[in-house]
Structures are given as structure tokens and as C-alpha cells.
Design a binder for this molecule. Structure first.
Ligand SMILES: Nc1ncnc2c1ncn2[C@@H]1O[C@H](COP(=O)(O)OP(=O)(O)OP(=O)(O)O)[C@@H](O)[C@H]1O
Ligand SMILES: [Mg+2]
Length: 491
């Protein structure tokens, strides 16, 4: 755990951005221009088409009229009939071109000048669109000439007609079209809006609300989102968020439990240090008693108390879950093993046979206090395992061996007890993992492993032995070539 992670997390309120349009508002704002674009896309071709159809209708009617007028004897039609025909096709004049000749078949109230010519033979989509809009934008009583293909032998036919009725028809058509398409567009937009709102906006709001609520109170499991059964991306996001929130809540709970435990340990440590200090005072006074037995045990007692006080002190001043970095030096293994034996009370325990098999003069590059604690934990565990199994046929033995392989020192603590139970093996070196032994806190091996790892070494349970064997491997620190060179130079 890093030092910063241990610091209390003070929540700095994040300035919230000013509340702008939500997703629904944005969706609505987007729908309106889209509906307008759809309207224009429908309206423009429709009105151009309407305009062309009307002009073609005029030409078709004029063609029929031309047949009638042309069929009259001597090409003469009574004036009143000609007017009637022209009125029925809403034209002022009809003319056809045959060969080199242009014939006016009928005319009535012809104005002095024609305002526009519209040639249907050269009509394109674009000219239909511009023509229709030009006509709608004009306002006077213009007269137009429409030219188009003629039936029979004629080359083309011309109809002179008023613009005004056509324009009014176009306005009527436009109004109807706009009203109908607007109704359809608004209905469609409303349906799309509602569908998007229920499908996406509402679940997104739920996700956002859960995130905001969780941020306000991350330790409350009531704030964890309940994922829906959706199979799409939003469903995945809900499930992932829910898992993440659950993990976070349990991590925070564990963290606060550990923080409370840490505080409790610090308090215990503090008072324990004071109690040990007074025990040290008493043992100081005991050291002056001339009894030879007291003289034998008092230094050991004082050494133990000193060690315990130093340990309490370093934990308190260090104030963290982490151990202090090892203060390593080349130290002899045999004396420390003997001290461990005495501290564990095994020197005077006749029921357990103590065997040491340490290479003569074996030295290990370690922090003496920390190596002492590692070995003491292992030896205590071994003694506890043996004592838990007193009726076994096997002799009760603890064996500590040590050897060197190159730059690595290997120490082993074995016992002839029942072995590590399967239940304890999976998380053997993790804190608070015990097999349920009464009085065990499950910290001994976790501490030992942490201390050994701080030396760059490792600790493991050796498989396939009688009882249990723990092996510690501690490599020497890498030799710094520079310092060797300096030493040589000095020599
Ligand atoms: N030599 C051993 N023989 C059999 N079981 C062992 C041995 N050493 C450890 N264990 C098992 O491993 C478990 C964890 O040991 P660990 O030292 O971490 O905790 P503990 O001894 O229960 O408590 P404490 O924190 O007081 O040491 C023990 O509960 C025990 O079941
Ligand atoms: Mg233990």
C-alpha cells in the first residue's frame, strides 16, 4: 500500500458546470431542423412536378382543341365557339407550327405583349424547380406562352394563358402539401423522439444519476445501480458499473476496517511499549541481585525486553502497515538461531527435540532483528503444531538447518508435526489466514513473508516432507563493483 493511499481522502467538491440542455432537450432541438429539412426535400420536387403537370395538362387540352379548330371547314370557326373552346381550356390563344408556317387557330383578348415563354420541350429538373418558384414569387397578372410538342404533323403547339389561376392552384397545393407533410413529420418526429427517449435517454439518465449518487456516498451499497436485463451496450455499461461499484464498496469497507485495525494496533502498541518499559526497569534492578541464576537469566530477559520495546517503538514511529526497510549486514546465523530457541522457550522444553544443522560459520546478509522475527515465527508455528498433536507416534522434533549456495543463504525450519492443513495452504502467506487454531491471528507467516521479501528473498512451504518444512532463501546484496574497485585502490 502506498503512503498516499493511507492518507485520509478529503473530498474536494468539484465545481459543477452550469446546467445546460439535457439529452432530451438536445434531441428535441435536433429533431426540429431535421423535420424542416425533410419538409423542404419533400416540398421542392413536389411543387415543381405539380407545375409541370399543370402546364402539360394545358398543352394536352390545347392539342385537343387544336384538332377541333383545325377540323373546321375552311379552317374557320365561329368566333363565339372559338371563345368557348378557349375558355374551357383556360387559354387566350392556341397556335401550331406546321412546316414553315405558324397558324393561329384561335385567339381571344390577346394582350399586346407576352411576359414569359415556357418551352416544355427543353424542360429539365432544375429549370422546372426554378420555373415553378419564379411563378409563385411573381404577383402580377402576367400572361405566358407555353410551348410543347404537338400531336399530328405539327412541329409544336403554343398556348397563351394567364399565370394567375395556375399560381393560385400552386398555392393551394403547397398549403395542402405542407399541412399534410407537417402532420406526418411531426408525428414521426414525436414517435422517434419518444422511442429514443425511452431507449437511450432514460437509461443514460439512470446511469448518470447512479454515478452522481455513488460519488456523493461511495461507501453506501444502496447507491449501487441495479442493472436491467438489456442485452445491448447500455445493458453492458449498467452491469459493468454495478460490478465496479460493488467492488469499490467492498474495497472501501475493507479499507476502513483495516484503518480501524491499524489505529487499534497503534494504541495497543503504545501502551504495550509503556508496560514493557516498566518491565525493563524491574529487570534492570533484578540484574543487580547477586544470585547466579538471576545473573544468568537477567541479560537474556533484558535483551528480549529491549528488542520488544524497539519493535513497538519502530512500529509506532513508522506508523504504517509496511515494515521498515531492513538494515542489512553480514551476520552469523548460529547465535541468532540459539536466541530464537531460547525466546521460544524451547531451550528448557524437554518434550521437543531441537536439532540444528547449520554449516559452520554460516553468515547471511540480513537485518538481524528482522531475521530473528522471521525465524521466531516459524519456530513458534512448529512448536504449536507439535503441541497440537501430542499423541502422535512420531518423536517431536524441530530442526533448523542452514547452508550457502553461492551468493544465496538457505535456511529451513522443519518439524515432525501434522503438517500444514490443506485449508491453510492456499493463502498461507496472506494476512489473517489461519486454519482456525485457537489463539492464532494468522499474521505470523504474512509478517515472515513480508520481511523475507524485503530482503529480496522468498519463503515457501517445501512439499513432500514429514510434518512441515519452511524454506527461506536470502540472497546477498549485489556487490557494487565501484566500491570494490575503490577498496582495491585504497589497499
Ligand atoms: N509448522 C506448521 N505446521 C502445521 N501448520 C502450520 C505450521 N505453520 C503454519 N501452519 C498453519 O498456517 C496457519 C498460519 O500460520 P500463521 O503463523 O500465519 O498464523 P497463526 O500461527 O495461526 O497465528 P499467529 O499470527 O499468532 O502466528 C496456522 O494457523 C497453521 O494452520
Ligand atoms: Mg504463527
Amino acid at each position: 500500500m502506498s503512503a498516499t493511499a493511507d492518507q485520509p481522502t478529503t473530498k474536494v467538491p468539484r465545481p459543477r458546470p452550469p446546467r445546460r440542455l439535457g439529452l432530451s432537450g438536445k434531441l428535441l432541438l435536433l429533431t426540429i431542423p431535421l423535420v424542416m429539412i425533410a419538409e423542404v426535400l419533400i416540398y421542392v420536387p413536389a411543387i415543381a412536378n405539380f407545375w409541370m403537370n399543370r402546364l402539360n395538362d394545358r398543352l394536352a387540352a390545347a392539342n385537343t382543341a387544336a384538332l377541333v379548330l383545325d377540323a373546321a371547314p375552311l379552317g374557320m370557326v365561329p368566333d363565339s365557339l372559338a371563345r368557348q373552346i378557349l375558355r374551357s381550356i383556360q387559354a387566350r390563344a392556341v397556335a401550331i407550327k406546321m412546316g414553315q408556317q405558324r397558324r393561329l387557330l384561335a385567339s381571344a383578348d390577346l394582350p399586346a405583349a407576352i411576359d414569359h415563354d415556357i418551352d416544355m420541350r427543353e424542360m429539365t429538373v432544375w429549370s422546372a424547380i426554378t420555373g415553378s418558384f419564379e411563378m409563385m414569387l411573381e404577383s402580377g397578372h402576367e400572361v405566358i406562352r407555353v410551348i410543347g410538342p404537338a400531336s399530328g404533323d405539327a412541329q409544336f403547339i403554343e398556348v397563351v394563358t394567364d399565370e394567375q389561376p395556375l399560381r393560385q392552384a400552386m398555392f393551394r397545393f403547397s398549403r395542402n402539401l405542407v399541412v399534410v407533410s407537417l402532420i406526418i413529420a411531426v408525428l414521426t418526429a414525436a414517435l422517434v423522439y419518444l422511442a429514443l427517449h425511452f431507449l437511450f435517454v432514460r437509461p443514460m439518465r439512470r446511469l448518470t444519476a447512479s454515478l452522481v449518487g455513488f460519488h456523493e456516498d461511495p461507501e453506501s451499497s444502496a447507491r449501487i445501480i441495479v442493472p436491467s436485463q438489456r442485452g445491448d451496450e447500455i445493458g453492458v455499461a449498467e452491469r459493468e458499473l454495478s460490478d465496479m461499484q460493488r467492488d469499490l464498496v467492498s474495497m472501501l469497507h475493507q479499507k476502513s476496517r483495516l484503518a480501524a485495525l491499524g489505529l487499534a494496533v497503534s494504541k495497543i502498541n503504545h501502551d504495550l511499549r509503556n508496560l514493557l518499559a516498566s518491565a525493563q526497569l524491574i529487570s534492570d534492578q533484578m540484574a543487580s541481585v547477586p544470585d547466579p541464576r538471576v545473573q544468568r537469566f537477567a541479560p537474556k530477559l533484558m535483551r528480549s525486553l529491549e528488542r520488544a520495546i524497539a519493535f513497538c517503538q519502530s512500529t509506532l514511529s513508522y506508523g504504517r502497515v509496511q515494515e521498515a526497510a531492513p538494515d542489512r549486514r553480514m551476520m552469523s546465523v548460529e547465535p541468532i538461531v540459539a536466541e530464537v530457541r531460547e525466546t521460544a522457550g524451547l531451550a528448557s522444553d524437554a518434550s521437543i527435540t531441537w536439532i540444528t544443522a547449520i554449516e559452520r560459520g554460516l553468515a547471511v546478509d540480513a537485518d538481524p532483528d528482522q531475521l530473528f522475527r522471521v525465524l521466531l515465527n516459524l519456530v513458534r508455528n512448529a512448536a504449536q503444531a507439535l503441541e497440537s498433536n501430542p499423541n502422535s507416534d512420531r518423536p517431536m522434533q524441530i530442526r533448523v538447518s542452514g547452508r550457502r549456495e553461492g551468493a544465496v543463504a538457505i535456511l529451513e525450519v522443519s518439524d515432525t508435526g501434522p503438517g500444514v492443513p490443506q485449508k491453510a495452504r492456499d493463502h498461507l502467506f496472506e494476512a489473517f489466514q489461519t486454519s482456525g487454531r485457537p489463539g492464532g491471528s494468522g499474521l505470523g507467516l504474512a509478517i515472515a513473508a513480508e520481511l523475507v521479501r524485503a530482503h529480496g528473498g522468498n519463503i515457501q512451504l517445501v512439499e513432500g516432507t514429514i510434518g512441515a518444512t519452511f524454506r527461506i532463501v536470502i540472497p546477498d546484496r549485489p556487490v557494487e563493483l565501484l566500491s570494490i574497485r575503490n577498496e582495491r585502490a585504497r589497499a
